[in-house]
Design a protein around this ligand. Structure first.
Ligand code: KPL
Length: 312
């Protein structure tokens, strides 16, 4: 179901001013919603102010700066609609940092890679209306608060908490050039995304290569195939059949489509940031353990990426 098109001005708080957070901020701002970025420090507030707002480069090359408001999490004004676009490992801390400010009927959208934090958020905050989202939008930061939109994808959003499931559908309209769709089974889409990320990200991080190498290099292709077979078995053991096609075929298509890209995990390693390995491969290994499924390939990748993160 597409989000409806009638005009409703809403106040959106966005936590996580990375590429996707800045893209959402600009698109909602352009659509005349009230938008407030929640930033982690006074230095970040200063950086935004020095930049004059959020600078956005559209896919046609047009560059504009939008005067988006910002504040710290400590502010005590209520939050009605919250999008968390942090890295997966920061989701819970991010949510806890503003939990006191959420109105009783607030909507919270969790938009990140991986699985685990979404379920944890529902367990920790059962009274909240929580939605999970996954996106194929492409964007990257050229510098802090300067986002480049690399491609237009789709963002799928679905209810994951009891309250969100029983509430009226979420309305985000209008939402600029974001393509947002409300769907019933978001968990399945999150599993599919995790499966693709598990196939591509750790191998590219460990081999310091672009996504395309996983297809063009026979040894890496074989390794990716073995990982895919295992991920499919784990998913099936959890009652989550993945794609209609074999996972390996899907992973090959995506690695080919993004052949010139560095995966987000490799970028994290290169920039000496934490990776999302625990929410991707780590999540799958935990599920394998719960269901008594063998997962030697994924366990090895998990250990190797953990090691790599330690020795940087
Ligand atoms: O989502 C991605 C990521 O890098 O995290 C893929 C699909 C692997 C594209 O690079």
């Amino acid at each position: 179901m597409m989000c409806s098109q009638w005009f409703i001005t809403m106040h959106w708080h966005i936590l996580g001013a990375g590429a996707i957070g800045c893209t959402w901020a600009v698109q909602l701002f352009k659509s005349r919603h009230d938008v407030t970025l929640i930033l982690s420090s006074n230095e970040r507030l200063q950086q935004l102010s020095t930049n004059g707002g959020v600078t956005y480069q559209a896919t046609d090359g047009e560059i504009k700066t939008y005067k988006v408001n910002a504040e710290l999490a400590e502010k005590n004004t209520p939050i009605q609609n919250l999008v968390i676009c942090t890295k997966a490992y920061s989701t819970i801390n991010a949510l806890q940092s503003v939990a006191d400010r959420l109105s009783s009927d607030a909507n919270v959208i969790l938009l990140q890679n991986g699985l685990g934090p979404q379920q944890e958020a529902v367990t920790l905050f059962p009274e909240l209306s929580i939605w999970a989202a996954t996106t194929t939008d492409g964007a990257y930061l050229r510098s802090p608060f300067h986002v480049v939109r690399a491609g237009h994808g789709e963002t799928l959003i679905g209810a994951i908490s009891r309250k969100a499931l029983s509430n009226k559908p979420l309305s985000l309209s209008p939402s600029g050039d974001l393509t947002l769709s409300l769907i019933d089974d978001i968990e399945h889409k999150l599993w599919c995304k995790v499966a693709i990320n598990a196939a591509i990200n750790p191998l590219t991080a460990l081999n310091n290569c672009k996504n395309g190498m996983l297809v063009s290099d026979a040894t890496l292709a074989e390794k990716m195939q073995a990982v895919c077979r295992e991920v499919e078995t784990i998913a099936a053991s959890c009652g989550q059949p993945l794609f209609e096609k074999p996972l390996y075929d899907m992973a090959v298509s995506i690695a080919t489509l993004t052949a010139e890209n560095y995966s987000s995990m490799l970028q994290d390693i290169q920039k000496k940031r934490s990776t999302e390995i625990e929410q991707i491969t780590g999540f799958l290994c935990k599920q394998a353990e719960k269901t008594g499924t063998d997962a030697p390939q994924n366990r090895r990748l998990l250990q190797q990426v953990r090691q790599l993160s330690l020795i940087r």
